[in-house]
Ligand binder design. Sequence first.
Ligand code: HEC
Length: 399
Amino acid sequence: MEAYLLDWLNLLLRWFHMITGIAWIGASFYFVWLDNHLLAPKDKAAADKGVSGELWAVHGGGFYNAQKYKVAPATLPEPLHWFKWEAYTTFVSGFFLLCLMYYVGAEVYLIDPRVADIGKATAIAIGIGTLAGGWIVYDLLCKSPLGKNDTALGGVLFVLTVAAAWGLCQVFSGRGAYIHFGGMLGTIMVANVFFVIIPGQKELVRAKVEGREPDPIHGVRGKQRSVHNTYFTLPVLFTMISSHYAMTYGNAHNWLVLAGIAFAGAAIRVYFVSRHKGPASPLPALAGVVALALVAFAMAPVSRSTGSTAASPAEEFARVTTIVQMRCAGCHAQTPTQPGFAVAPKGVMLDTPEHIAAQALPINQQVSTRVMPLANLTGMTDAERDAVAQWFAHGAPVK
Ligand code: HEC
């Protein structure tokens, strides 16, 4: 019953997190697009009002005319929409989801003794430290003299992010490392909204109310942080779906895979943002696609030398069936016997020879990347993993 209720909590949190995340990133993409498409107003009256750029759009059965003011309109409009709760609720729901999956279930999802044999409290402290530390270092760098040179800052941030990918993969399970990498960037994005962008907007409003010129530093800072946020978006979204792709986080060089895919995401976003402003060089997009291709090529499974086995195909399959039933079916069955599991995880059933034969590919993928058995709770041996790999390399015969 408890496992069942936890499944529901997980479902509701994940659903909520996805909805708020879409609302946030959707609005953020829209405003980046909007800002980059503004044209000087044709109408003199608009220009006289202080409008610096405007745009026409048609959507959902109507025409829209968005106008951006150089500083602020003559009188502060009511109501004024802010767009901040999308970011905050995404963070809060994401943090609870992280706690539920990776901290409550640290032994299973976060700690991999083959990577680092750390205790639960240590692992959680490193996890939360990563989220907070990432923001502190990033914020200090932006405020330092380096922060005045966008290119140099970008270079340093890139090197540090790759270092973080490497470091996380030295202490956590691949999956745990990837989610913390994404969590770290996501935390920076939300903190940018909370500590820099929104306070900057508040200063704009305050200056307006007090009838003085706003301090331009807030505008400059806010702009820099928004630009970073937009480039972090694609890498973060990749990490959020990465848990479905054991081939990435389960790879022996998982930190390089992560760095490569994160680079590709950022580069592709660079291309789209510059394209908003008119014809853009395709080089960033090309660099992203090449990076993805290189990662995919480097990750491609090498078929192990199979050698000739004395066993007949039928014997080989019988051995694999025994192994899978022993090591996997405790969880992957109609009624799991492993405590804490109410139903077969992801609906994957590995209890009968037919089920096993039909899922040779995912079985081999999970076993060779060592992602399954989950946290090796059922104690699968290397010899057993080799037996599965051999069977698969022989074409997964069943008789
Ligand atoms: C202790 C329980 C447990 C054991 C034992 C276990 N699994 Fe899993 N398995 C899970 C859980 C939990 C998931 C869902 C993981 C997730 O949230 O992505 C899963 C997911 C899977 C998936 C689907 C992956 C996806 O993302 O679609 C496959 C395939 C799989 N396991 C194969 C195996 C194989 C093969 C074995 C035995 C070598 C095995 N599992 C042993 C718990 C277990």
